[in-house]
Write a protein that binds this ligand. Structure first.
Ligand code: FAD
Length: 368
């Protein structure tokens, strides 16, 4: 008998399995996809590591997590500096002095602040009642119209005037000429891709991995193979949707290899106009400063989620949050099951947060 059955070979399951195995525990990992690594899976095409489930940039300010992950890969110096393409006009993100200079010709931070202040004043101090008003109250009309409105509408499939204001509580505005998207101290992309990280974590004599198997297709059997289960699948599915179905936003990716060296000159370009149907194009080689003859790009489309689709982003509105709380209560009552990861806890987590959470869970579990 195994000590743990880990359902899901994503980052959470892999960290848990690895740490438990190191402590002498026998672990079985099952995965319904035909590969390990969950959404951080990368696969080599044309000599380029292609991020199969959307662009993944590792960033953290937590030194212990940064040091932890270095055991499994060496990281390059990639700094995320996405750009926005609005009808062929190019702007730097996040909104910073480069963006403001391009928009208005302003040079100094004071000039930029004054411009934003003028544009925010169209709301005349009105309390924002929807996402449109919220965005204008934070950054003014020009940035909203060119860089937020249509991009957000494509992401959510609804008009900004119909979206709740809480979706954008804050909009980072930087009054320096700094295009680094993240504020974290540590940032980079693993040289050789992300899959190797999970591969190395699972490469242990105490760990057995089985791919192409869904926990729910043989649940009665899987519930008897180990003393405890670490479950990283969808929490509502675990309880057979007894309170209802939690909602997600989904994505669709279109990937193609191109017979040219450099397609867009940047890893991430967001399309912020309403006419372009996709939200962004990723050119994977720029994550690793690639010099290959060919390039691989992925167009990312936002899409309504229905049961059976790949769940990407939890919808943390009131309805779904209340539903999740019901499942959370049920989960708390399960003595031999640990719920973890983005699907098990119905929460968007960055990679560093998932690592931290899994390390915490395994430490608590093994009481060391
Ligand atoms: P997952 O990776 O989803 O792993 C869960 C695994 O469980 C999956 O492999 C699934 O197939 C398997 N599974 C589910 N149900 C079953 C079942 N019934 N039986 C067997 N197996 C099952 N984070 C960052 O830090 N930086 C980024 O730039 C970044 N970009 C992102 C971009 C996108 C588009 C998305 C969606 C996420 C991004 N993230 C990013 C977040 C990152 O993907 C997550 O933090 C991480 O993948 C979560 O790991 P996990 O183990 O919780 O979940």
């Amino acid at each position: 008998m195994f000590d743990y059955l880990v359902v899901g070979s994503g980052l959470y399951g892999a960290v848990f399995a690895h740490e438990a195995a190191k402590k002498g525990k026998k672990v079985k990992v099952i995965e319904k996809r035909n590969h390990i690594a969950g959404n951080i899976y990368t696969k080599e095409t044309e000599g380029i590591q292609v991020h199969q489930y959307g662009a993944h940039i590792f960033h953290t300010s937590d030194k212990s997590v940064w040091e932890y992950v270095q055991q499994f890969a060496e990281f390059n110096r990639y700094t995320n500096s996405p750009i926005a393409n609005y009808h062929g006009e190019i702007y730097n993100l996040p909104f910073n002095m480069n963006t403001f200079n391009k928009l208005w010709g302003v040079i100094t931070p004071d000039e930029a602040k004054q411009k934003i202040e003028e544009q925010r004043s169209v709301l005349k101090g009105k309390q924002p009642e929807n996402l449109e008003e919220q965005a204008i109250s934070l950054v003014g009309t020009d940035i909203y119209e060119k860089l937020i409105k249509s991009y957000t509408e494509k992401q959510w499939g609804r008009a900004c005037t119909e979206l709740p204001s809480f979706i954008i509580k804050r909009l980072p505005v930087r009054f320096t000429y700094d295009n680094n998207y993240f504020n974290d101290i540590y940032q980079g992309i693993p040289i050789g891709g992300y899959t190797q990280i999970v591969e190395k974590m699972l490469e242990h004599p105490n760990i057995e991995v089985e791919l192409n198997v869904d926990f729910f297709e043989n649940r009665a059997n899987y519930e008897t193979v180990a003393k405890k289960i670490v479950y990283t699948g969808m929490i509502d599915q675990y309880f057979d949707y007894e309170h209802g179905v939690l909602e997600y936003r989904s994505l669709r990716f279109e990937t193609e290899a191109l017979n040219q060296e450099n397609f867009q000159g940047n890893a991430v370009v967001n399309y912020t106009d309403g006419e372009t149907p996709y939200t962004r194009i990723i050119e994977h080689k720029h994550f690793e400063f690639g010099t290959q003859e060919k390039t691989v790009i992925t167009r990312e489309y936002s899409k309504e989620w229905k049961q059976g689709d790949e769940p990407y982003y939890p919808v943390n509105d009131q309805k779904n949050s209340e539903l999740y709380r019901k499942y959370y209560k049920l989960a708390q009552a399960q003595e031999n099951v640990i719920f973890g990861g983005r699907l098990g806890l119905y929460k968007y987590f960055d990679m560093h947060q998932v690592i931290k959470a899994a390390l915490h869970a395994v430490k608590k579990e093994l009481k060391d």
